[in-house]
Design a protein. Sequence first.
Length: 319
Amino acid sequence: MPQDLKTVFESGKLAVIPTETVYGLAAPVGDPALIERVFQLKERPLFNPLIVHISDPSQIEVYAMDIPDVAYELAAMFWPGPMTLVLPKKDMVPDLVTAGKPTVALRVPNHPLTIDLLKQFGGAVVAPSANKFTQVSPTSVRAAKQWFSESDVTFFDGGHCGVGIESTILKPDPNSKTLFVLRRGMLDLEKVKGVAEAAGWKMAVDATSETPEAPGQLKVHYRPKSPLFVFPKGCDFDLGLVNGYLVDMGFSSVTELRYLDLSDESYLAARQLYAAMEELSSDESALVFVYDHQQHSGSGWEAILDRLGRAALRFQMIP
């Protein structure tokens, strides 16, 4: 197996690479043909922009311009790590990467294998999640292999992802001095808010859009093979209720419920989430997650419930 990205890309293949969040399907930023291949293999619409992965925070200036001070402050605190910054792009970034938008999403992944691969390669890669569009993101190389063939992709195994859900996406708006949260992740938003306020900025959450500025903003995403239902603790539900919802939505009924049992600790629950969805999914069952509004709260749980809400056929709110 090739041990470097350059060899993989020169052979016309894409690479599946590990990050601390999820595995990504990588292509060089400067190769439109391979980037098109990413969209084709993922069956991803061209209106959904890609995240550019760099190996060092200093490379932010290679791909972005007019960078506000708050972005440098955030990069210094959270990179490498599960944070993506959306910034005005330089002309060298192809419109295909940014879905024609004037901004580019950048991050430095916190995974030693991928950092080494990027440094050896000497450039940046786009690396959306290594799955089919709207499906569950892979947190192991085994999970990624269900989606792609080795004739198209070279797989780099970096073990199970340490964070387990996608990065927090932040977009600074210098005009209003507002830092927008475009996608929740496991980054502590109180710490993010502290950095913003220290720089004289405010923070706002703007996490859903039909014309996304960043990945993960569509209302339907992260869906497992089996139908998923999310109920609050204390809600009366059973197989009949779930099947009633399924029939009303035009789906076939199922024979059993399988419970998505996650840790009460948000950082552990995030690591477990996609692997549990994948392991429990089957055509004969429905997945159910029951959450405690009091216990499952806070920045990390908001991100997890965000993923569950986008993945669920029905997300029942607190009565």
